[in-house]
Design a protein around this ligand. Sequence first.
Ligand code: GLC
Length: 585
Amino acid sequence: MKKRIYRILAVLTAACLLLAASGAGAAKAENELWWKNTIAYEIYVRSFKDSNGDGTGDLRGIIMELDHLQELGVGAIWLTPCYDSPQADNGYDIADYYKIDPAYGTMEDMDELISEAGKRGIRIVMDLVFNHTSDKNAWFEESRSGRDNPKSDWYIWADPKEDGSAPTNWRSIFGGSAWEYDETRGQYYLHTFLKEQPDLNWENPEVRQALIDVANFWVDKGVGGFRLDAITYIKKPAVFADGKPDAADGLSGIHALTADTPGILDFLREFQAAVSVGTDIFIVGEANGVPSQELPEWVGRDGVMDMIFEISHVLIDLPDEMNWCETREWKLPEWKMLFSDSQEMTRATKGWVPVFLENHDQPRSINHFLPEGADRVAGGKALGTLLLTTRGTPFIMQGEELGLVNVNWSSIDDYQDVSTHNHYKFALAEGYSEEEAMAAVQRFSRDNARTPVQWTDAENAGFTTGTPWLPVNDDYRTFNAASEEADPDSVLNWYITLSRLRKEHAELVDGTYEELFPEHEQVFAYIRENEEAKAVILINLSTEPAAYDAACVEGMELLVSSAGKAEKGQLAPLEAVIYEGPAGN
Ligand code: GLC
Protein backbone atom coordinates (compact mmCIF):
# COMPACT_ATOMS: atom_id res chain seq x y z
CA MET A 1 0.00 0.00 0.00
CA LYS A 2 2.76 2.37 1.07
CA LYS A 3 4.54 1.59 -2.16
CA ARG A 4 1.45 2.37 -4.23
CA ILE A 5 1.11 5.79 -2.62
CA TYR A 6 4.80 6.44 -3.18
CA ARG A 7 4.49 5.34 -6.76
CA ILE A 8 1.64 7.76 -7.38
CA LEU A 9 3.58 10.54 -5.64
CA ALA A 10 6.70 9.68 -7.62
CA VAL A 11 4.83 9.90 -10.91
CA LEU A 12 3.27 13.24 -9.92
CA THR A 13 6.63 14.66 -8.81
CA ALA A 14 8.28 13.57 -12.02
CA ALA A 15 5.49 15.12 -14.08
CA CYS A 16 5.95 18.44 -12.23
CA LEU A 17 9.72 18.30 -12.70
CA LEU A 18 9.29 17.62 -16.37
CA LEU A 19 6.90 20.52 -16.80
CA ALA A 20 9.25 22.81 -14.91
CA ALA A 21 12.25 21.63 -16.92
CA SER A 22 10.65 21.83 -20.35
CA GLY A 23 9.66 25.49 -20.08
CA ALA A 24 7.45 27.41 -22.46
CA GLY A 25 8.21 27.15 -26.13
CA ALA A 26 10.33 24.00 -25.89
CA ALA A 27 9.59 21.54 -28.67
CA LYS A 28 7.65 18.35 -27.96
CA ALA A 29 9.67 15.58 -26.35
CA GLU A 30 9.82 12.09 -27.90
CA ASN A 31 7.71 10.89 -24.99
CA GLU A 32 7.04 11.67 -21.39
CA LEU A 33 9.73 9.47 -19.89
CA TRP A 34 11.79 11.90 -17.87
CA TRP A 35 14.99 9.89 -18.03
CA LYS A 36 15.06 10.03 -21.83
CA ASN A 37 14.99 13.81 -21.68
CA THR A 38 17.69 14.41 -19.17
CA ILE A 39 21.42 14.19 -18.54
CA ALA A 40 22.72 11.67 -16.02
CA TYR A 41 25.87 12.20 -13.98
CA GLU A 42 27.92 9.56 -12.19
CA ILE A 43 29.17 10.42 -8.72
CA TYR A 44 31.95 8.26 -7.34
CA VAL A 45 31.05 9.11 -3.79
CA ARG A 46 34.51 8.63 -2.24
CA SER A 47 36.00 11.21 -4.59
CA PHE A 48 33.33 13.82 -5.18
CA LYS A 49 33.41 16.16 -2.19
CA ASP A 50 34.38 15.69 1.46
CA SER A 51 32.25 17.71 3.89
CA ASN A 52 33.97 16.74 7.16
CA GLY A 53 37.69 16.76 6.47
CA ASP A 54 38.31 13.02 6.84
CA GLY A 55 39.66 12.81 3.31
CA THR A 56 36.76 10.72 1.95
CA GLY A 57 33.90 12.13 -0.10
CA ASP A 58 30.45 11.87 1.51
CA LEU A 59 26.73 12.49 1.03
CA ARG A 60 26.78 15.90 2.67
CA GLY A 61 29.57 16.87 0.28
CA ILE A 62 27.27 16.03 -2.62
CA ILE A 63 24.53 18.23 -1.14
CA MET A 64 27.07 21.09 -1.06
CA GLU A 65 27.74 20.83 -4.78
CA LEU A 66 24.24 20.23 -6.15
CA ASP A 67 24.18 23.67 -7.76
CA HIS A 68 27.12 22.69 -9.98
CA LEU A 69 25.05 19.78 -11.26
CA GLN A 70 21.93 21.86 -11.73
CA GLU A 71 23.89 24.35 -13.81
CA LEU A 72 25.03 21.46 -16.00
CA GLY A 73 21.42 20.45 -16.61
CA VAL A 74 21.76 17.14 -14.79
CA GLY A 75 18.46 15.39 -13.98
CA ALA A 76 19.75 12.10 -12.57
CA ILE A 77 22.70 11.33 -10.31
CA TRP A 78 24.02 7.77 -10.34
CA LEU A 79 25.58 7.30 -6.93
CA THR A 80 28.19 4.56 -6.70
CA PRO A 81 27.48 2.27 -3.72
CA CYS A 82 27.40 4.12 -0.43
CA TYR A 83 25.93 1.29 1.64
CA ASP A 84 27.62 -0.20 4.67
CA SER A 85 30.71 -1.98 3.37
CA PRO A 86 34.17 -3.15 4.44
CA GLN A 87 35.35 -1.36 1.26
CA ALA A 88 37.37 -4.24 -0.17
CA ASP A 89 36.24 -2.94 -3.59
CA ASN A 90 35.35 0.62 -2.56
CA GLY A 91 31.75 -0.20 -1.70
CA TYR A 92 30.99 -2.76 -4.41
CA ASP A 93 31.12 -5.27 -1.55
CA ILE A 94 27.94 -4.55 0.39
CA ALA A 95 27.50 -5.68 4.00
CA ASP A 96 24.06 -4.12 4.50
CA TYR A 97 21.85 -2.79 1.71
CA TYR A 98 19.67 -0.95 4.24
CA LYS A 99 22.42 1.09 5.88
CA ILE A 100 24.67 3.94 4.74
CA ASP A 101 28.37 3.43 5.36
CA PRO A 102 29.43 5.73 8.22
CA ALA A 103 32.30 7.01 6.05
CA TYR A 104 29.67 8.48 3.73
CA GLY A 105 27.07 9.61 6.26
CA THR A 106 23.75 8.42 7.62
CA MET A 107 20.33 7.48 6.29
CA GLU A 108 19.17 10.97 7.34
CA ASP A 109 21.85 12.45 5.06
CA MET A 110 20.59 10.24 2.26
CA ASP A 111 17.00 11.37 2.81
CA GLU A 112 18.19 14.96 2.75
CA LEU A 113 20.16 14.37 -0.42
CA ILE A 114 17.12 12.85 -2.15
CA SER A 115 15.03 15.81 -1.07
CA GLU A 116 17.60 18.57 -1.84
CA ALA A 117 18.31 17.06 -5.24
CA GLY A 118 14.56 16.81 -5.88
CA LYS A 119 14.21 20.54 -5.25
CA ARG A 120 16.61 21.08 -8.14
CA GLY A 121 14.83 18.67 -10.47
CA ILE A 122 17.41 15.94 -9.89
CA ARG A 123 16.60 12.30 -9.06
CA ILE A 124 18.99 9.94 -7.28
CA VAL A 125 19.87 6.63 -8.92
CA MET A 126 21.17 3.90 -6.64
CA ASP A 127 23.81 1.35 -7.65
CA LEU A 128 22.50 -2.12 -6.81
CA VAL A 129 25.26 -4.68 -6.51
CA PHE A 130 23.24 -7.87 -6.73
CA ASN A 131 25.58 -10.38 -8.33
CA HIS A 132 27.42 -10.61 -5.03
CA THR A 133 27.55 -9.21 -1.50
CA SER A 134 30.41 -8.64 0.88
CA ASP A 135 31.72 -11.67 2.76
CA LYS A 136 30.82 -9.62 5.86
CA ASN A 137 27.14 -9.45 4.88
CA ALA A 138 25.00 -11.22 7.54
CA TRP A 139 23.47 -13.34 4.75
CA PHE A 140 26.88 -14.76 3.87
CA GLU A 141 27.97 -15.17 7.47
CA GLU A 142 24.91 -17.30 8.04
CA SER A 143 25.38 -19.22 4.81
CA ARG A 144 28.99 -20.09 5.60
CA SER A 145 28.18 -21.13 9.19
CA GLY A 146 27.30 -24.67 8.11
CA ARG A 147 25.52 -26.70 5.48
CA ASP A 148 22.10 -26.79 7.15
CA ASN A 149 21.20 -23.21 8.03
CA PRO A 150 18.24 -21.47 6.31
CA LYS A 151 20.58 -19.48 4.07
CA SER A 152 22.98 -22.33 3.27
CA ASP A 153 21.89 -22.19 -0.36
CA TRP A 154 21.93 -18.39 -0.74
CA TYR A 155 25.44 -18.43 -2.24
CA ILE A 156 27.15 -20.72 -4.71
CA TRP A 157 28.85 -23.53 -2.83
CA ALA A 158 30.53 -26.53 -4.42
CA ASP A 159 32.58 -29.50 -3.28
CA PRO A 160 36.30 -29.67 -4.05
CA LYS A 161 37.55 -31.83 -6.90
CA GLU A 162 38.79 -35.25 -5.78
CA ASP A 163 42.29 -33.91 -5.21
CA GLY A 164 40.89 -31.17 -2.97
CA SER A 165 41.41 -28.40 -5.52
CA ALA A 166 38.81 -25.82 -6.62
CA PRO A 167 35.66 -27.15 -8.35
CA THR A 168 36.69 -25.57 -11.67
CA ASN A 169 39.63 -23.69 -13.13
CA TRP A 170 37.73 -20.41 -13.49
CA ARG A 171 39.69 -17.19 -13.07
CA SER A 172 37.90 -14.32 -11.36
CA ILE A 173 37.57 -11.01 -13.19
CA PHE A 174 40.15 -9.48 -10.87
CA GLY A 175 42.61 -12.37 -11.26
CA GLY A 176 43.29 -15.59 -9.33
CA SER A 177 40.88 -18.49 -8.80
CA ALA A 178 37.18 -17.60 -8.69
CA TRP A 179 36.75 -20.13 -5.84
CA GLU A 180 37.64 -19.73 -2.18
CA TYR A 181 37.80 -22.62 0.27
CA ASP A 182 35.80 -22.39 3.48
CA GLU A 183 36.96 -24.59 6.37
CA THR A 184 33.65 -24.74 8.21
CA ARG A 185 31.63 -26.05 5.28
CA GLY A 186 34.51 -27.96 3.73
CA GLN A 187 33.42 -26.44 0.43
CA TYR A 188 34.37 -23.70 -1.98
CA TYR A 189 32.27 -20.64 -2.71
CA LEU A 190 32.24 -18.83 -6.03
CA HIS A 191 33.29 -15.20 -6.42
CA THR A 192 33.24 -13.67 -9.89
CA PHE A 193 35.20 -10.70 -8.50
CA LEU A 194 37.22 -10.60 -5.24
CA LYS A 195 37.14 -13.35 -2.64
CA GLU A 196 35.52 -10.75 -0.40
CA GLN A 197 32.62 -10.61 -2.90
CA PRO A 198 30.83 -14.01 -2.80
CA ASP A 199 28.27 -14.54 -5.58
CA LEU A 200 24.62 -14.81 -4.63
CA ASN A 201 22.64 -17.80 -5.82
CA TRP A 202 19.87 -16.33 -7.99
CA GLU A 203 18.41 -19.81 -8.57
CA ASN A 204 17.04 -19.60 -5.04
CA PRO A 205 13.69 -17.72 -5.07
CA GLU A 206 14.27 -16.47 -1.51
CA VAL A 207 17.41 -14.67 -2.71
CA ARG A 208 15.55 -13.06 -5.58
CA GLN A 209 12.79 -11.94 -3.23
CA ALA A 210 15.30 -10.50 -0.76
CA LEU A 211 16.86 -8.45 -3.57
CA ILE A 212 13.47 -7.27 -4.80
CA ASP A 213 12.73 -6.15 -1.23
CA VAL A 214 15.97 -4.15 -1.15
CA ALA A 215 15.12 -2.43 -4.42
CA ASN A 216 11.59 -1.61 -3.28
CA PHE A 217 12.90 -0.15 -0.04
CA TRP A 218 14.78 2.38 -2.20
CA VAL A 219 11.84 2.92 -4.56
CA ASP A 220 9.79 3.81 -1.49
CA LYS A 221 12.43 6.37 -0.56
CA GLY A 222 11.75 8.13 -3.83
CA VAL A 223 14.85 7.33 -5.87
CA GLY A 224 14.63 7.81 -9.63
CA GLY A 225 16.22 4.58 -10.75
CA PHE A 226 18.81 1.89 -10.39
CA ARG A 227 22.04 0.87 -12.00
CA LEU A 228 22.36 -2.89 -11.80
CA ASP A 229 26.02 -3.70 -11.28
CA ALA A 230 27.70 -6.59 -13.14
CA ILE A 231 24.26 -7.89 -13.95
CA THR A 232 25.30 -10.21 -16.79
CA TYR A 233 26.88 -12.61 -14.32
CA ILE A 234 23.84 -13.44 -12.16
CA LYS A 235 22.88 -16.59 -14.06
CA LYS A 236 25.46 -19.39 -13.90
CA PRO A 237 25.71 -22.35 -16.26
CA ALA A 238 23.75 -25.47 -15.24
CA VAL A 239 26.93 -27.55 -15.15
CA PHE A 240 30.20 -26.23 -13.78
CA ALA A 241 33.01 -27.44 -16.04
CA ASP A 242 36.63 -26.45 -16.56
CA GLY A 243 37.31 -23.98 -19.36
CA LYS A 244 40.29 -24.01 -21.69
CA PRO A 245 43.29 -22.48 -19.89
CA ASP A 246 44.02 -19.08 -21.44
CA ALA A 247 47.11 -17.86 -19.57
CA ALA A 248 50.24 -19.00 -17.77
CA ASP A 249 48.27 -19.50 -14.53
CA GLY A 250 46.39 -22.42 -16.11
CA LEU A 251 43.04 -20.79 -15.39
CA SER A 252 40.22 -19.86 -17.72
CA GLY A 253 38.58 -16.41 -17.57
CA ILE A 254 35.15 -16.57 -15.94
CA HIS A 255 33.67 -13.87 -18.17
CA ALA A 256 33.65 -16.02 -21.29
CA LEU A 257 32.17 -18.94 -19.34
CA THR A 258 29.39 -17.35 -17.33
CA ALA A 259 28.39 -13.95 -18.77
CA ASP A 260 24.94 -13.71 -20.37
CA THR A 261 23.97 -17.33 -19.69
CA PRO A 262 20.62 -18.37 -21.23
CA GLY A 263 17.81 -17.96 -18.71
CA ILE A 264 19.14 -14.66 -17.36
CA LEU A 265 16.30 -12.71 -18.97
CA ASP A 266 13.72 -14.61 -16.88
CA PHE A 267 15.39 -13.39 -13.69
CA LEU A 268 15.47 -9.85 -14.96
CA ARG A 269 11.89 -9.90 -16.19
CA GLU A 270 10.75 -11.02 -12.74
CA PHE A 271 12.77 -8.24 -11.13
CA GLN A 272 11.39 -5.64 -13.51
CA ALA A 273 7.78 -6.71 -12.85
CA ALA A 274 8.27 -6.53 -9.09
CA VAL A 275 10.25 -3.30 -8.98
CA SER A 276 9.87 -0.91 -11.88
CA VAL A 277 6.63 -1.71 -13.73
CA GLY A 278 4.01 0.86 -12.75
CA THR A 279 6.59 3.36 -11.48
CA ASP A 280 8.45 6.10 -13.31
CA ILE A 281 11.91 4.84 -12.28
CA PHE A 282 14.40 3.54 -14.80
CA ILE A 283 16.73 0.58 -14.65
CA VAL A 284 20.09 0.65 -16.39
CA GLY A 285 22.23 -2.45 -16.38
CA GLU A 286 25.97 -2.83 -16.56
CA ALA A 287 25.90 -5.47 -19.21
CA ASN A 288 29.38 -6.52 -20.18
CA GLY A 289 29.05 -9.53 -22.47
CA VAL A 290 25.74 -8.72 -24.16
CA PRO A 291 26.41 -8.48 -27.89
CA SER A 292 24.68 -5.63 -29.72
CA GLN A 293 22.50 -8.11 -31.68
CA GLU A 294 20.86 -9.06 -28.38
CA LEU A 295 20.02 -5.49 -27.44
CA PRO A 296 16.37 -5.81 -28.55
CA GLU A 297 15.84 -8.53 -25.92
CA TRP A 298 17.34 -6.37 -23.19
CA VAL A 299 15.93 -2.90 -23.88
CA GLY A 300 12.99 -1.37 -25.71
CA ARG A 301 9.45 -2.61 -26.19
CA ASP A 302 10.08 -6.15 -24.91
CA GLY A 303 13.18 -5.36 -22.90
CA VAL A 304 13.88 -6.46 -19.36
CA MET A 305 15.27 -3.06 -18.44
CA ASP A 306 15.29 0.50 -19.76
CA MET A 307 18.89 0.87 -20.83
CA ILE A 308 22.09 -1.15 -20.72
CA PHE A 309 25.68 0.00 -20.74
CA GLU A 310 26.99 -1.81 -23.78
CA ILE A 311 30.72 -1.45 -23.48
CA SER A 312 32.28 -2.59 -26.74
CA HIS A 313 33.45 0.93 -27.63
CA VAL A 314 35.40 1.34 -24.38
CA LEU A 315 37.01 -2.08 -24.75
CA ILE A 316 38.10 -1.46 -28.35
CA ASP A 317 41.79 -1.42 -27.43
CA LEU A 318 41.69 -4.35 -24.99
CA PRO A 319 41.00 -7.75 -26.59
CA ASP A 320 41.45 -9.51 -23.23
CA GLU A 321 40.27 -7.47 -20.26
CA MET A 322 42.60 -9.33 -17.91
CA ASN A 323 45.72 -8.54 -19.92
CA TRP A 324 46.30 -4.78 -19.90
CA CYS A 325 49.65 -5.25 -21.64
CA GLU A 326 48.13 -6.60 -24.81
CA THR A 327 46.43 -3.74 -26.58
CA ARG A 328 45.31 -3.37 -30.16
CA GLU A 329 45.36 -0.43 -32.52
CA TRP A 330 42.06 0.83 -33.85
CA LYS A 331 40.86 3.36 -36.38
CA LEU A 332 37.96 5.78 -36.09
CA PRO A 333 35.57 4.01 -38.55
CA GLU A 334 35.61 0.92 -36.35
CA TRP A 335 34.90 2.90 -33.19
CA LYS A 336 32.08 4.80 -34.87
CA MET A 337 30.58 1.55 -36.06
CA LEU A 338 30.26 0.33 -32.48
CA PHE A 339 28.24 3.42 -31.55
CA SER A 340 26.07 3.24 -34.63
CA ASP A 341 25.56 -0.47 -34.18
CA SER A 342 23.80 -0.07 -30.84
CA GLN A 343 21.65 2.65 -32.41
CA GLU A 344 20.73 0.33 -35.29
CA MET A 345 19.99 -2.59 -33.00
CA THR A 346 17.61 -0.59 -30.82
CA ARG A 347 15.79 1.21 -33.62
CA ALA A 348 13.08 -1.34 -34.46
CA THR A 349 12.03 -1.99 -30.86
CA LYS A 350 12.39 1.65 -29.77
CA GLY A 351 15.16 0.76 -27.35
CA TRP A 352 17.16 3.44 -25.62
CA VAL A 353 20.85 3.51 -24.76
CA PRO A 354 22.96 5.31 -22.22
CA VAL A 355 25.74 7.24 -23.97
CA PHE A 356 29.04 7.18 -22.12
CA LEU A 357 32.76 7.50 -22.67
CA GLU A 358 33.98 7.20 -19.09
CA ASN A 359 33.01 5.70 -15.78
CA HIS A 360 34.76 4.76 -12.54
CA ASP A 361 36.22 1.61 -14.14
CA GLN A 362 37.67 3.29 -17.20
CA PRO A 363 40.52 5.69 -17.94
CA ARG A 364 39.75 9.33 -18.75
CA SER A 365 38.36 9.63 -22.28
CA ILE A 366 40.80 12.33 -23.45
CA ASN A 367 43.65 9.85 -22.89
CA HIS A 368 41.65 6.85 -24.01
CA PHE A 369 40.20 7.92 -27.33
CA LEU A 370 42.19 10.88 -28.65
CA PRO A 371 45.59 10.82 -30.33
CA GLU A 372 48.55 11.30 -27.99
CA GLY A 373 49.36 14.97 -27.52
CA ALA A 374 45.82 16.15 -28.34
CA ASP A 375 44.98 19.52 -26.81
CA ARG A 376 42.94 18.59 -23.74
CA VAL A 377 40.59 21.57 -23.87
CA ALA A 378 39.72 21.18 -27.56
CA GLY A 379 39.65 17.40 -27.10
CA GLY A 380 37.40 17.57 -24.05
CA LYS A 381 34.96 19.70 -26.01
CA ALA A 382 35.03 17.36 -29.02
CA LEU A 383 34.28 14.30 -26.88
CA GLY A 384 31.72 16.23 -24.84
CA THR A 385 29.87 17.04 -28.06
CA LEU A 386 29.65 13.36 -28.93
CA LEU A 387 28.46 12.55 -25.43
CA LEU A 388 25.75 15.20 -25.37
CA THR A 389 24.38 14.97 -28.91
CA THR A 390 24.23 11.27 -29.78
CA ARG A 391 20.84 9.59 -29.36
CA GLY A 392 20.42 8.29 -25.80
CA THR A 393 20.77 9.49 -22.23
CA PRO A 394 24.25 10.95 -21.70
CA PHE A 395 26.07 9.72 -18.58
CA ILE A 396 28.79 12.20 -17.59
CA MET A 397 31.47 10.79 -15.26
CA GLN A 398 32.34 13.29 -12.54
CA GLY A 399 35.20 15.48 -13.74
CA GLU A 400 34.63 14.61 -17.40
CA GLU A 401 32.85 17.98 -17.72
CA LEU A 402 36.08 19.60 -16.52
CA GLY A 403 38.19 17.76 -19.08
CA LEU A 404 40.11 15.88 -16.39
CA VAL A 405 42.84 13.52 -17.55
CA ASN A 406 44.67 10.41 -16.30
CA VAL A 407 47.25 10.55 -13.55
CA ASN A 408 50.68 9.26 -14.34
CA TRP A 409 52.04 7.89 -11.09
CA SER A 410 55.38 6.14 -11.34
CA SER A 411 55.11 3.40 -8.74
CA ILE A 412 52.51 0.66 -8.35
CA ASP A 413 52.39 1.57 -4.65
CA ASP A 414 50.84 4.93 -5.56
CA TYR A 415 47.77 3.14 -6.88
CA GLN A 416 45.05 2.01 -4.50
CA ASP A 417 42.57 0.17 -6.69
CA VAL A 418 42.59 -3.53 -5.90
CA SER A 419 42.05 -4.57 -9.51
CA THR A 420 45.00 -2.42 -10.64
CA HIS A 421 47.26 -4.35 -8.29
CA ASN A 422 45.88 -7.67 -9.52
CA HIS A 423 46.34 -6.71 -13.16
CA TYR A 424 49.92 -5.65 -12.40
CA LYS A 425 50.70 -8.99 -10.73
CA PHE A 426 49.05 -10.87 -13.59
CA ALA A 427 51.22 -9.00 -16.12
CA LEU A 428 54.43 -9.86 -14.25
CA ALA A 429 53.37 -13.52 -13.97
CA GLU A 430 52.73 -13.54 -17.72
CA GLY A 431 56.34 -12.49 -18.25
CA TYR A 432 55.96 -8.78 -19.01
CA SER A 433 58.65 -6.49 -17.59
CA GLU A 434 58.00 -4.10 -14.71
CA GLU A 435 58.18 -1.19 -17.17
CA GLU A 436 55.58 -2.79 -19.44
CA ALA A 437 53.32 -3.62 -16.51
CA MET A 438 53.62 -0.08 -15.15
CA ALA A 439 52.90 1.51 -18.54
CA ALA A 440 49.74 -0.60 -18.71
CA VAL A 441 48.74 0.49 -15.21
CA GLN A 442 49.18 4.15 -16.13
CA ARG A 443 47.02 3.64 -19.17
CA PHE A 444 44.21 1.55 -17.73
CA SER A 445 44.12 1.90 -13.94
CA ARG A 446 40.67 2.56 -12.55
CA ASP A 447 42.26 5.14 -10.24
CA ASN A 448 42.63 7.45 -13.26
CA ALA A 449 38.98 8.45 -13.09
CA ARG A 450 38.77 8.10 -9.31
CA THR A 451 41.08 10.92 -8.23
CA PRO A 452 39.21 13.61 -6.28
CA VAL A 453 37.13 16.12 -8.20
CA GLN A 454 38.99 19.37 -8.70
CA TRP A 455 36.79 22.14 -7.35
CA THR A 456 39.20 25.04 -6.80
CA ASP A 457 42.91 25.87 -6.95
CA ALA A 458 43.17 25.66 -3.15
CA GLU A 459 45.14 22.87 -1.50
CA ASN A 460 43.77 19.43 -2.44
CA ALA A 461 41.67 21.16 -5.08
CA GLY A 462 39.05 22.10 -2.49
CA PHE A 463 37.99 18.46 -2.30
CA THR A 464 38.91 18.08 1.37
CA THR A 465 40.50 20.02 4.20
CA GLY A 466 42.17 16.79 5.30
CA THR A 467 44.35 14.29 3.48
CA PRO A 468 42.53 12.91 0.44
CA TRP A 469 42.15 9.10 0.36
CA LEU A 470 43.67 9.20 -3.15
CA PRO A 471 45.95 12.03 -4.24
CA VAL A 472 44.49 14.82 -6.35
CA ASN A 473 45.81 15.06 -9.92
CA ASP A 474 48.57 17.67 -9.72
CA ASP A 475 47.15 19.72 -12.61
CA TYR A 476 44.37 21.00 -10.32
CA ARG A 477 45.67 24.56 -10.05
CA THR A 478 44.85 25.09 -13.73
CA PHE A 479 41.98 22.67 -14.21
CA ASN A 480 39.25 23.05 -11.61
CA ALA A 481 35.55 23.91 -11.55
CA ALA A 482 36.00 27.45 -10.18
CA SER A 483 38.49 28.58 -12.81
CA GLU A 484 36.56 26.86 -15.59
CA GLU A 485 33.34 28.57 -14.54
CA ALA A 486 35.09 31.90 -14.99
CA ASP A 487 36.57 31.00 -18.38
CA PRO A 488 34.09 31.23 -21.28
CA ASP A 489 36.30 28.93 -23.37
CA SER A 490 36.56 26.12 -20.81
CA VAL A 491 35.40 22.56 -21.25
CA LEU A 492 32.89 23.16 -18.46
CA ASN A 493 31.28 26.09 -20.24
CA TRP A 494 31.11 24.07 -23.45
CA TYR A 495 29.18 21.36 -21.57
CA ILE A 496 26.83 23.99 -20.18
CA THR A 497 26.31 25.45 -23.66
CA LEU A 498 25.47 22.03 -25.09
CA SER A 499 23.20 21.22 -22.19
CA ARG A 500 21.21 24.41 -22.91
CA LEU A 501 21.15 23.64 -26.63
CA ARG A 502 19.56 20.29 -25.84
CA LYS A 503 16.69 22.16 -24.19
CA GLU A 504 16.24 24.64 -27.01
CA HIS A 505 16.71 22.23 -29.94
CA ALA A 506 14.74 19.15 -29.07
CA GLU A 507 15.93 17.18 -32.08
CA LEU A 508 19.25 16.81 -30.23
CA VAL A 509 17.35 14.78 -27.63
CA ASP A 510 14.44 13.10 -29.35
CA GLY A 511 15.58 13.10 -32.98
CA THR A 512 16.47 10.03 -35.01
CA TYR A 513 20.14 9.19 -35.50
CA GLU A 514 21.79 8.62 -38.83
CA GLU A 515 25.53 8.40 -39.27
CA LEU A 516 27.27 10.31 -42.07
CA PHE A 517 30.60 9.43 -43.69
CA PRO A 518 31.09 6.16 -41.76
CA GLU A 519 34.41 5.59 -43.53
CA HIS A 520 35.85 9.00 -42.63
CA GLU A 521 38.99 8.43 -40.59
CA GLN A 522 38.96 11.78 -38.77
CA VAL A 523 35.39 12.94 -38.50
CA PHE A 524 32.45 11.54 -36.52
CA ALA A 525 29.32 12.96 -38.17
CA TYR A 526 25.62 12.27 -37.81
CA ILE A 527 22.16 13.69 -38.33
CA ARG A 528 19.60 14.12 -35.54
CA GLU A 529 16.14 14.90 -36.84
CA ASN A 530 12.63 15.18 -35.43
CA GLU A 531 9.41 16.49 -36.96
CA GLU A 532 10.44 20.13 -36.63
CA ALA A 533 14.17 20.32 -37.24
CA LYS A 534 17.27 18.61 -38.41
CA ALA A 535 20.73 18.98 -36.89
CA VAL A 536 24.01 17.86 -38.38
CA ILE A 537 26.83 17.30 -35.92
CA LEU A 538 30.41 17.04 -37.17
CA ILE A 539 33.29 16.28 -34.82
CA ASN A 540 36.91 16.15 -35.86
CA LEU A 541 38.49 13.63 -33.49
CA SER A 542 41.94 14.01 -35.01
CA THR A 543 44.71 16.51 -34.37
CA GLU A 544 44.89 17.50 -38.04
CA PRO A 545 42.50 19.76 -39.99
CA ALA A 546 39.77 17.73 -41.71
CA ALA A 547 37.64 18.18 -44.80
CA TYR A 548 34.17 16.79 -45.47
CA ASP A 549 31.55 17.10 -48.19
CA ALA A 550 29.73 20.34 -47.35
CA ALA A 551 26.56 19.23 -49.17
CA CYS A 552 25.32 17.73 -45.88
CA VAL A 553 25.05 21.20 -44.30
CA GLU A 554 23.97 23.19 -47.33
CA GLY A 555 21.42 25.86 -46.45
CA MET A 556 21.81 25.13 -42.73
CA GLU A 557 22.66 27.59 -39.96
CA LEU A 558 25.65 27.15 -37.69
CA LEU A 559 24.36 26.71 -34.14
CA VAL A 560 27.72 26.44 -32.47
CA SER A 561 31.38 25.69 -33.11
CA SER A 562 33.90 24.71 -30.47
CA ALA A 563 36.51 26.66 -32.39
CA GLY A 564 34.43 29.86 -32.25
CA LYS A 565 33.89 30.11 -36.01
CA ALA A 566 33.39 27.55 -38.76
CA GLU A 567 33.74 27.16 -42.49
CA LYS A 568 31.46 24.65 -44.19
CA GLY A 569 33.42 21.65 -45.46
CA GLN A 570 36.35 22.27 -43.10
CA LEU A 571 37.06 21.45 -39.49
CA ALA A 572 39.99 22.63 -37.41
CA PRO A 573 41.81 19.97 -35.35
CA LEU A 574 39.40 18.62 -32.70
CA GLU A 575 36.70 21.06 -33.72
CA ALA A 576 33.05 20.17 -33.14
CA VAL A 577 30.20 21.96 -34.93
CA ILE A 578 26.43 21.73 -34.92
CA TYR A 579 24.37 22.97 -37.88
CA GLU A 580 20.59 23.19 -37.92
CA GLY A 581 17.94 23.45 -40.60
CA PRO A 582 14.28 22.58 -41.18
CA ALA A 583 13.22 18.93 -40.98
CA GLY A 584 12.84 16.85 -44.12
CA ASN A 585 15.59 18.50 -46.18
C1 GLC B 1 31.28 -3.42 -11.66
C2 GLC B 1 31.70 -2.10 -11.06
C3 GLC B 1 33.11 -2.21 -10.58
C4 GLC B 1 33.16 -3.29 -9.52
C5 GLC B 1 32.61 -4.61 -10.04
C6 GLC B 1 32.35 -5.57 -8.93
O1 GLC B 1 32.00 -3.73 -12.78
O2 GLC B 1 31.52 -1.08 -11.97
O3 GLC B 1 33.61 -1.01 -10.08
O4 GLC B 1 34.48 -3.47 -9.10
O5 GLC B 1 31.37 -4.42 -10.69
O6 GLC B 1 31.23 -5.19 -8.20
